[in-house]
Design a protein around this ligand. Structure first.
Ligand code: NAD
Length: 259
């Protein structure tokens, strides 16, 4: 199997895209450290699903708002598993509001979780990756790392920032065997998107079904991207054969950013 003997840390992997990526990596033979803020039941279910592939699976409760917990998570994974070969920066939250009403504390949280947490995971994982001359860093950005939408000021700023961080670190590590790439999904049907539908339906005075259609109007395929599709793309970028791809930002958005 492609990733046998490798260890992956996937932030925010108790649900949605992170869980889909964790399953894809474990399916290819990688040990996986899961992470996220979730109930005991959700954590147990995620660990069970990823363990089905027979590789070693652990859970770390590090809060992506707390730099000390983030660096401790990466260091512990290295100590317990012997290496962190694949780092997937996926944890993220959203808040939708006009800028003049945007709560400053939501701005701070989104910048911390969606942007700064990746700085902390990467700076902690890079020394070991450089020593071993192998690493795969995958930053889960968004179509909103390339284009903007109104009312998502913190999210769009954080994702543009993460796309920039991807390029900088890719250049710094270009000769070290460590690649750094971004994946930019369009709308993927996950709890993060599902949570936005009732608010959108209310604000537009339409049914939730029509609100979903409104969301998909940005996406030419008129289909949600699936977590499995994002998982397969991450698996490709984590594989040994992707060694010449670095500093790239892969769109998986049903044509959204082609418009
Ligand atoms: P999700 O809500 O299903 O999952 C988010 C994960 O992040 C969960 O595991 C949650 O526990 C974790 N998390 C949140 N706050 C955390 C914190 N403080 N510390 C640790 N973990 C925390 O959402 P998703 O849709 O799967 O989103 C995953 C990533 O994909 C995010 O970065 C998001 O911006 C990005 N993304 C999602 C979509 C989409 O349409 N769903 C599109 C583009 C990009």
């Amino acid at each position: 199997m492609k990733l046998q003997g490798r260890t992956a840390v996937v932030t925010g992997s108790t649900s949605g895209i992170g869980l889909g990526i964790a399953k894809a990596l474990a399916g290819a033979g990688a040990n996986v450290v899961l992470n996220g803020l979730a109930s005991d039941g959700e954590i147990a279910a995620a660990v069970q699903e990823v363990s089905d592939h027979g590789t070693r699976v652990a859970f770390d409760p590090a809060n992506m708002l707390k730099p000390a917990e983030i660096t401790a998570m990466v260091s512990k994974a290295e100590k317990d598993f012997g290496s962190v070969d694949i780092l997937v920066n996926n944890a993220g939250i959203q808040h939708v509001s006009p800028i003049e009403e945007f709560p400053p504390e939501k701005w701070d949280q989104i910048i911390a979780i969606n942007l700064s947490s990746s700085f902390h995971t990467i700076r902690t994982a890079v020394p070991g990756m450089k020593t071993r001359k192998f690493g795969r860093i995958i930053n889960i950005c968004s179509a909103h790392s390339l284009v903007a939408s109104p009312f998502k000021v913190a999210y769009v700023a954080a994702k543009h920032g993460l796309a920039g961080m991807t390029k900088v670190v890719a250049l710094e590590l270009a000769e070290s065997g460590v690649t750094v790439n971004a994946i930019s999904p369009g709308f993927v049907w996950t709890p993060l998107v599902a949570k936005q539908i009732p608010d959108l339906a209310r604000s537009k005075g339409v049914s939730e079904e029509d609100a979903k259609k409104f969301v998909l109007s940005a996406q030419p395929t008129k289909q949600f991207v699936t977590v499995e599709q994002v998982g397969e793309l991450a698996l490709f970028l984590a594989s040994p054969s992707s060694g010449s791809i670095t500093g790239a930002n892969y769109s998986i958005d049903g044509g959204w950013t082609a418009q």
